[in-house]
Design a protein around this ligand. Structure first.
Ligand SMILES: NC(=O)C1=CN([C@@H]2O[C@H](COP(=O)(O)OP(=O)(O)OC[C@H]3O[C@@H](n4cnc5c(N)ncnc54)[C@H](OP(=O)(O)O)[C@@H]3O)[C@@H](O)[C@H]2O)C=CC1
Ligand SMILES: O=C([O-])CC(=O)C(=O)O
Length: 259
């Protein structure tokens, strides 16, 4: 499968190293869409990719699928045009908290017969939420995210501080670089207006911790993920990038686990 990536930050670099440098079977990154080609020029020689700053040229390059690893705003601007030409893996899933964009994308996938893959990112438990919600029997979904204070706020604090408590729809508006996980969780189940979120800045931790609590007719589940952050971008958990790679690898498999 030939891949085009949008963005060239921490996640894109992880994918370039894992896929191109390690010559991963069945996957290869050919093209990268960036805003400033000169800034990222060295990627061409380091990883044997071609850089583009024009979306049409990027989409016409030799790629089968697009992986977005940019940001929420880029998804809002670029996704409708991408969907008309390619399947896509999105990681800045927060963009889909916008009901208008979600409706537009839902009709584009039908019209153009392309798939949007939404990886689990830095959390787990989406299988439980989806399966239980299919019978309409989920009563509560709450995400509690704790991140190192210095990656969230400029103020120096000595005690933990709740910097957001409310619904996913508002969490992503205030923290578009930290709360994508809340939107994939919401889309799996109760929706962005009913999924509860707390975001805590913690001066005593160095990892990104996501706790997912689910209850419904099935019973209760609590899943805690203690994520190593990327040194290049501590807001982003390593597992988010791994989940993109896992999603790409599983597309080629005929034995599918979980769900
Ligand atoms: N769903 C999940 O669980 C998670 C989602 N994420 C999200 O994944 C995304 C990527 O994360 P990460 O790699 O750490 O981010 P980085 O900030 O390290 O990299 C973002 C890259 O995207 C580029 N970019 C921004 N806008 C555009 C655009 N319009 N067109 C092309 N390129 C663009 C930036 O380039 P430039 O130099 O021009 O700014 C930069 O190269 C973020 O939105 C993050 O919030 C992260 C972790 C978990
Ligand atoms: O990487 C993480 O821990 C979560 C994150 O930033 C996001 O969901 O936007």
């Amino acid at each position: 499968m030939k891949i085009g990536i949008i963005g060239a930050g921490a996640i894109a670099n992880f994918l370039l190293k894992e896929i191109n440098s390690k010559q991963m079977k069945n996957l290869h990154i050919n093209s990268i869409l960036v805003r400033d080609v000169e800034k990222y020029r060295t990627l061409e020689s380091s990883f044997g990719v071609k850089l583009y700053s024009n979306l049409d040229d990027f989409l016409q390059s030799d790629i089968d699928i697009v992986v977005e690893a940019a940001n929420v705003q880029a998804v809002k601007t670029l996704l409708p045009a991408v969907m008309k030409k390619k399947d896509v893996v999105l990681i800045s899933i927060g963009a889909l908290a916008d009901a208008e964009l979600l409706t537009e994308i839902s009709s584009l996938v039908d019209e153009y017969n392309h798939v949007v893959h939404l990886p689990s990112g830095a959390i787990g438990g989406l299988d439980i939420v989806q399966n239980a919600h299919a019978l309409g029997s989920v009563t509560n979904v709450t995400l509690t995210t704790r991140k190192p204070a210095s990656s969230l706020i400029e103020e120096i604090i000595t005690d933990e501080k709740v910097i957001f408590a409310g619904k996913a729809v508002d969490a992503i508006k205030q923290f578009p670089k930290n709360m994508n996980v809340s939107i994939v969780l919401a889309l799996a189940g109760l929706g962005v207006e009913k999924t509860n979120v707390r975001l805590v800045a913690d001066p005593h931790i160095e990892k990104n911790i996501h706790q997912v609590d689910i209850s419904g007719d099935f019973g209760e589940a609590s899943i805690k993920i203690t994520n190593n952050p990327f040194p290049e971008n501590p807001k982003t958990s390593y597992l988010a990038a791994m989940s993109i790679l896992g999603t790409l690898q599983r597309m080629n498999r005929n034995i599918r686990i979980g769900g």
